[in-house]
Design a protein around this ligand. Structure first.
Ligand SMILES: [Zn+2]
Length: 287
């Protein structure tokens, strides 16, 4: 803090910046927010009906991946972009809702989890404002994480979303997406009952499976990842997709090293997660 300045100088320093409301949203019908944590409603033009009335039982977390919040809100709310999310969480902790939870927002794209492919129909999408890997990938401020946690807790209670169905975009689209990324503090959310988490096993030297490996060990790894929910066939070949799925797993559950190589720590962490899942969660994915 510069000499002579004080956090208590006048009220202006505490006043929050007004939210950037895209012109295209100005005439749109507003709605009552679903969550008491919401500070502003900025209706998006981009949404539809959930397929066959599917009720959401999953939360997908994203980062916006854009240089500034104005651009992100414009992108998520303006007609013609074909993208949206139910919620946008700003760096200062304010929460904007732009699609009612009852509607299908367009956040996940081509995705899959536990054998289900229309992730937009079964999920609630939350965009967390962060510039992302292409723009320096800053840390997530603690106020923002507290806001995401409170929002998720409310959704989980109201919608009966189990912890193991709070996921990252990279989990449901590992070949295309990295968000919210390895800096996202999943362990802090888990301390508040949001998301499934076990302490990652320590990284040690030893044998690994990696690109080019072939055999039953690779097949067992693929089956274990699929049992957890990842969209991966059991081919027995450690191909590009296997590497991307392992990297997505590490980004979420073993963030100390994200290299797409299945080392001992990756295996151990995956198996502790599987053994701490409720039985009904395992029934779906194994095929
Ligand atoms: Zn995303």
């Amino acid at each position: 803090m510069p000499l002579g300045s004080s956090p208590f100088n006048g009220s202006d320093s505490k006043r929050q910046r007004p939210l950037p409301i895209p012109r295209t949203s100005a005439g749109m019908t507003t709605f009552t927010p679903d969550s008491s944590t919401v500070s502003d409603v900025i209706p998006s033009a981009n949404y539809g009906d959930r397929n066959k009335g599917r009720l959401p039982d999953m939360i997908v977390l994203h980062y916006t991946g854009m240089p500034d919040v104005e651009g992100a809100i414009t992108q998520l709310c303006s007609a013609g972009t074909d993208v949206s999310a139910h919620y946008i969480v700003l760096e200062d902790g304010r929460i904007v809702q732009s699609v009612p939870e009852a509607r299908r927002a367009w956040h996940a794209g081509v995705s899959s989890w536990s054998g289900e492919e229309d992730i937009n129909s079964c999920s609630i999408g939350i965009e967390i404002v962060n510039r992302g890997h292409d723009w320096g990938y800053p840390d997530f401020p603690s106020r923002q994480i507290a806001a995401v946690t409170a929002l998720c807790r409310g959704i989980m209670l109201r919608r009966n979303v189990p912890s193991h169905r709070v996921l990252g975009h990279s989990d449901v689209a590992p070949a295309r997406k990295k968000d919210p990324g390895e800096k996202f503090p999943w362990h802090s959310l888990a301390n508040s009952g949001v998301g499934h988490w076990v302490q990652p096993a320590a990284i040690v030297r030893g044998e690994t499976l990696k690109l080019g490996s072939i055999g039953d060990d690779v097949r067992d790894l693929q089956l274990a990842l699929a049992r957890y929910g990842y969209g991966i066939p059991a081919t027995g070949k450690y191909d590009g997709l296997t590497m991307e799925v392992v990297a997505a797993f590490q980004r979420h559950f073993r963030p100390a090293r994200v290299d797409g190589i299945a080392d001992r720590s990756t295996f151990t962490t995956l198996h502790s997660l599987l053994s701490s899942l409720p039985a009904e969660a395992l029934a779906v994915a194994a095929k």
